[in-house]
Design a protein around this ligand. Structure first.
Ligand SMILES: NC(=O)c1ccc[n+]([C@@H]2O[C@H](COP(=O)([O-])OP(=O)(O)OC[C@H]3O[C@@H](n4cnc5c(N)ncnc54)[C@H](OP(=O)(O)O)[C@@H]3O)[C@@H](O)[C@H]2O)c1
Length: 293
């Protein structure tokens, strides 16, 4: 679908990072952009960027981990615009805890914000899209939705659920002009890695990555195949391109990550072995926190 002045795009998690850059990218094409998140002042700042870029912003303050807020968002857009062309389910949050340290509340929170929101928003928007026989549902999962990472199992499980949900939805949309696509980014420079529940997973990686290189040398293990960090602007442009091309495959934004995901399906042990030095270093860094915090 070409994004232009007639297009209404709803973006959750639009107050920062990938969501904010998707909003600006859509605005540059003249779209009406509905900005959804909890922090109103950040949303207003992004709304100004949308205006400056040539788009029409609408701000809705909402907590997408709440079912009633999700329905309120879609109903407000339907009332104002009468249609929704693109829904970018981008709001999301990670966690930082080993499996045994993960409180049930944190587990549920990961599923509320990362998975339940996608179901509630999508199920409410679909009748509008199906009636118009036009629409694109995007869900921002992660490479963590395709293969495992330590110390954020609740997030990894939630992002895997997003991949499964969109895969099932796609089969229901066969024969219609409504599309559904999962986006699987790897590292993107945003607030995400420091905003993780239970502590900063970014800080854990920052300690573990240099140590993992030493472990590789000491034990003769390979260097973990980490992909390069990407800017939120570049990630957003890949997402917008996926919408405009009508892509319905799972879109991997970072070079090499699709191959790792395929290997994880075919031979998970070999895939995990390639990351062994990093997982060992993360275990050291995670255990060391307990002694210094
Ligand atoms: N950055 C990465 O390396 C990376 C990699 C793979 C996947 N992802 C995924 O990409 C998506 C965007 O993350 P980002 O990297 O752009 O991080 P970010 O800058 O932290 O953005 C997260 C967005 O989600 C919103 N959000 C969080 N909880 C919410 C809630 N309960 N209700 C409404 N909005 C909520 C935040 O807004 P408020 O706090 O204002 O509500 C914020 O706008 C997430 O789904 C993330 O899991 C990120």
């Amino acid at each position: 679908m070409k994004i232009d002045a007639s297009t209404v795009v709803v973006i959750t998690g639009a107050s920062s990072g990938i969501g904010a850059e998707c909003a600006v990218a859509c605005a540059q094409k003249g779209a009406s952009v509905v900005l959804v998140a909890r922090r109103e002042s950040q949303l207003r700042a992004v709304a100004q960027r949308v205006l400056d870029a040539g788009g029409s912003p609408m701000v809705i303050v909402a907590d997408v981990s709440r079912e009633d807020d999700c329905y309120r968002v879609i109903d407000a857009v339907a009332t104002t615009h009468g249609h929704i062309d693109v829904l970018i389910n981008n709001a999301g949050r990670g966690n930082h805890a080993s499996v045994e340290d993960t409180p049930t509340a944190q587990w549920r929170s990961m599923f509320n914000v990362n998975v339940d929101s996608v179901f509630w928003l999508t199920s409410r928007a679909l009748p509008l899209m199906k009636k118009a026989d036009r629409g694109h549902i995007i869900a921002i999962s992660s490479v963590a939705g395709r293969y495992g990472h330590p110390f954020n199992a609740a997030y990894v499980a939630a992002k895997h659920a997003v991949v499964g949900f969109i895969a099932a939805l796609r089969t229901e949309l066969v024969g219609t002009n409504v599309h559904a696509t999962t986006i699987c980014p790897a590292g993107v420079v945003t607030e995400w890695a420091d905003a993780t529940e239970g502590g900063s997973i970014g800080a854990l990686y920052a300690k573990a990555i240099p140590r993992s290189r030493m472990i590789s040398r000491e034990r003769g293990l390979g260097i973990a195949p980490l992909s390069k960090m990407m800017s939120a602007t570049d990630c957003a442009s890949i997402i917008i391109d996926a919408i405009e091309r009508g892509r319905t495959d799972d879109v991997f934004t970072h070079a090499g990550t699709k191959e790792i995901a395929v290997q994880a399906v075919e031979d998970r042990c070999t895939q995990e072995d390639r990351f062994e030095s990093l997982w060992l270093a993360m275990r050291e860094a995670y255990d060391a926190q307990g002694t210094t915090d």
